[in-house]
Design a protein around this ligand. Sequence first.
Ligand SMILES: [Zn+2]
Length: 310
Amino acid sequence: MADTVPPQTDAPPPTRHAEFYFDVEGTDVFLVQNTLFRVHRPLLVMKSTVFENMFALPTATHKDGDDSLIDDVEGRTDAKPIHLPQVMERDFSFLLAGFIYARWLQPPQAVEDYIGALKLATMWEMHDARQAVIWQLEQYHSQAFKPIRKLEVARLYSVPSLAAPAFRIMARRRISDLSLEDISSIGIPTFIILSQISEEMQSERKLVARMAPPMCDPHTSCDDHARCAKEWEEAWWNQIAPIILHPNPMYELSFAWGAEQVVSILRLPRMTPGCKEAMLQMIRDGQGFKGEQNFIEKGVERMNKLLYSP
Ligand SMILES: [Zn+2]
């Protein structure tokens, strides 16, 4: 058998893949971009519903009454491979290595390699491989796998477990910082939901900033509770409200850590220690900073319902 197929165009002839070309029984030849793969049909059939159906179809070997066309069936020779259009050679070899032939892939692998494998595993209905790839992708933190890309991948290949954590991060960012390209990546429905909860969270911030938590009852050791109340209200207005409403997200109070942050910031020198401790405890126990998280979780629910419900 020839090592290469005679070129039909100006393109160089396809070459055999160095690792995934097994010249043995039970294999089929595939052409991916300009590389020939020869891999085990039973493995593909076992792992993929699409390949199972494809190979279950009768092949038109004896068309026109010619019995000698056995080599003419696609996939038997380099000269007539099964062409897999719109597949990248790099994605196919990564999928084969990691999820079909179970080769050891030294971590960390590039996140885009797993995304390429996810694309193919989804397209070819390789359920086990898809789950394994998704598990790998879930391990990447947002530095290596940016939330915008994560939302895009989740949307393209229908993976809600990638969408939710990315959505939670994006919900705490300024919606106005998103470029048109970002919006097109995450998709219009997710963008609209993010915009809605961003507005809700801004209203929530104004509400929380405006209302200092009500004063507790005087501690048994307190001799001037009116002074405590004045100190508390002033501290809220001067120390906390400005950072709740800070125009720069770098300096604004993070509601995710709101209670702890407020407790660590507040300076209340003129309050009776007993009253001060009671107030800080009330902040720690309170629901004042939970509102934002609730909005975000409702946003996740809305997104899941819209994009990922069967
Ligand atoms: Zn007091």
